[in-house]
Design a protein around this ligand. Sequence first.
Ligand SMILES: Cc1cc2nc3c(=O)[nH]c(=O)nc-3n(C[C@H](O)[C@H](O)[C@H](O)COP(=O)(O)OP(=O)(O)OC[C@H]3O[C@@H](n4cnc5c(N)ncnc54)[C@H](O)[C@@H]3O)c2cc1C
Length: 378
Amino acid sequence: MTDGNLAVIGLGSIGSMALWQASRLTGSVVGFEAQSPAHARSAVGGDTRLFRMIYRGNPDLYPILERSRDLWAELEAETGQNILTRCGGLSIGTADGPYLTALLETTRTNGADHEILSREEMAERYPQHNLREDDIAVYDPHAGALRTDRAVTAAVAAAQANGATVHTNTPIDSITETDDGVVITSGEKTWTFENVIVSSGGWSQRLMPGYLTAATQTKRIFLTWFVAKDGAEFTPDRFPIFIRISGDRSMYGAPAVDGVTVKATLDGRGTATPQADAVPRELTPAEITETIETVTEFFPGLFPNIVRSDAFPDLFTTDGHPLLGRISEDSRIYCATGFSGAGFKNATGFGEIAAHEALGKQTFTGLDFVRPQRFRTR
Ligand SMILES: Cc1cc2nc3c(=O)[nH]c(=O)nc-3n(C[C@H](O)[C@H](O)[C@H](O)COP(=O)(O)OP(=O)(O)OC[C@H]3O[C@@H](n4cnc5c(N)ncnc54)[C@H](O)[C@@H]3O)c2cc1C
């Protein structure tokens, strides 16, 4: 006898979604969270994450994005919560520059809906952006801002309503595979499960085999917020989420979903941080200077003072793709981590893949690029 079909270790962005999806498949799923779901020091912190269907990079991600978009709507319908503010999105950059060229190539390969806006069209529709002479934009009608804490809380509640059990303030210390199942411990307590998902975000290295520890690094990503001179200019109906790379400067952000502060942040570059529990929250003088210089140039309608800032951990892989799959072919331990600063938009899709595969069901094909085995040295 085991304590259940499946344990999900870490109920943050992806673990909460895996728990919700698993609860639709089995009445025997148990979630373990070191603190509480959506706690403020996890990668859920900072109110919002960008959701967008147009991007530059691997087209294999696109079917997962499509599925994630459907699942965000399902989560909203099932829980009655407003999670994705569908305000559209802008990718802004130098016309014919490397950023927009690569983005349009991926977008056309994927067949994603989009609209190219000339500099003049941008200036008329979105005057909040102070454009350079050679800037244009690509509009994504399906983009928006995800309310992170609401999403994670809703998914855990939906899972519990389906019969899932949740243990909060229960950090898992060890995971061991035995003939009877996978044994997990927290202090003096021990449980045995048929399958385990490790979805512990920036803390996952402690629970992963050496070959995955070597291929990953916990990094700190910071966020900054500003106050608008005219708040009405930056509401979700007037100001889509944006990513901008203009020459030597870059920034991304979201509208004032709280009615007051606009998120405008240097691009999601992470800096290595040894401990997910102790991510430095203060910005460095260099981070402050570059942020203020960029906001001053890009947004004359924002007061160029950082009114709020914070920083959070995420686990990065050396190739920037997630870790989704069993740690070895015949293992019952499944990794769902390593989302490398880009995982939230796909949290529903990644959570569904993890729950289904950990329970022996298939979802997508063509997932070799996320499999942990790619990091095995022969
Ligand atoms: C500042 C910032 C901005 C970002 N912006 C975007 C964006 O705009 N769009 C986008 O798509 N992505 C974005 N990302 C990336 C995205 O937020 C992350 O990839 C994603 O949230 C990671 O989710 P996770 O479930 O792996 O980790 P988390 O959400 O951090 O969850 C891990 C959970 O595991 C728990 N845990 C840890 N150890 C244990 C243990 N031993 N036992 C039990 N529980 C444990 C933790 O307490 C935590 O709750 C951003 C990330 C950051 C940090």
